[in-house]
Design a protein around this ligand. Structure first.
Ligand SMILES: Cc1cc2nc3c(=O)[nH]c(=O)nc-3n(C[C@H](O)[C@H](O)[C@H](O)COP(=O)(O)OP(=O)(O)OC[C@H]3O[C@@H](n4cnc5c(N)ncnc54)[C@H](O)[C@@H]3O)c2cc1C
Length: 264
């Protein structure tokens, strides 16, 4: 798979929810080639404190443009949130493997926790293009941090909301909704999830109990994104007795949930 290092500028950088921004830039080669689950590695500034690029999933593509939806976490994303239209950006991508779209008797269920829903949006569009019935379970701490609801609805995805404080939707975790849906679903769905590590471990436990195929996009801390520094490895079960460390940047970010040794 080819990857491109593009010098571009920000077209828009909009505050869409508390501490969350949607950034749009022109990256023709990435827009043409990016597949669901793949990410870009963004050089925010040449300042010595920000020399490491930051990874973000491609949220959407439109002709020559791509968007990324990001949460302010630390210095890099805080700096990014303050950058206006016309600011320069170096964008490397598309990187990593992709979600494997399965056609099964049941629907697709997307489970997104916080900014994790950003990694599922391009997938949602691809599933709808294949006319696959798609449900998105979207979790947030509170209503001010809810993401992507209108974007998902606009492409025909049915949305189910959970908030930690009950300010909108189910009062509790998205995993409660998932358990419920799996208990009621007559046909075996396919699950695609992204979010905090604890949420992904919980999703994996539930879907394993119901024996439904589950793909997770891992968002480990990442350094080079090229498979060299080994900063982003996660433990993968090779067989009952053997664990191997695989790179989220090159072997991932998408893994089958049953492969990950969640307890480590
Ligand atoms: C494959 C992949 C896709 C991602 N997609 C998105 C996305 O679409 N939207 C979004 O909001 N976030 C996404 N993340 C997480 C995002 O990369 C981090 O939140 C961001 O790098 C934090 O940078 P910072 O400078 O603000 O934080 P700092 O804590 O100052 O970052 C310091 C270093 O740690 C790394 N880092 C810190 N937190 C994380 C984290 N949670 N995950 C990975 N690396 C981290 C940074 O890359 C940087 O190298 C993704 C992560 C990965 C690995």
């Amino acid at each position: 798979m080819n990857r491109y290092d593009i010098h571009t500028t920000i077209l828009s950088n909009e505050n869409v929810a508390e501490d969350h921004y949607l950034l749009r830039c022109e990256c023709p080669e990435i827009a043409t080639h990016a597949q669901p689950g793949q990410f870009i590695h963004v050089l925010i500034s040449n300042d010595s404190g920000l020399l490491l690029r930051r990874p973000f999933t491609v949220y959407s593509v439109d002709k020559y443009e791509i968007t990324m939806l990001y949460q302010i976490i630390g210095e890099g994303t805080l700096r990014l949130s303050g950058m206006g239209n016309g600011s320069p950006l170096h964008v490397l991508g598309p990187l990593g493997n992709t979600f494997d779209i399965k056609k099964s008797a049941g629907p697709a269920i997307l489970v997104g926790g916080g900014a994790g829903i950003a990694s599922l949006m391009l997938l949602a569009a691809a599933l709808r293009n294949e006319s696959i019935e798609t449900h998105a379970l979207v979790g947030a701490q509170h209503r001010r941090r809810l993401l992507s609801i209108e974007d998902l609805k606009s492409i025909g995805v049915s949305v189910h909301i959970a908030t930690d404080d009950g300010s909108v939707g189910h009062h509790g975790f998205v995993t409660d909704i998932l358990s419920n849906m799996l208990s009621l679903s007559p046909n075996k769905p396919t699950i695609y999830a992204c979010g905090p590590h604890g949420m992904l471990a919980a999703v994996s436990k539930i879907t394993c109990q119901h024996d439904v195929p589950t793909q997770v996009a891992m968002e480990n801390r990442m350094g080079c994104a090229l498979g060299v520094c080994l900063g982003c490895v996660c433990p993968v079960r090779i067989d009952e007795n053997q664990i191997e460390y695989q790179r989220v940047c090159t072997e991932g970010p998408v893994f089958n949930a049953t492969e990950i040794a969640w307890e480590i």
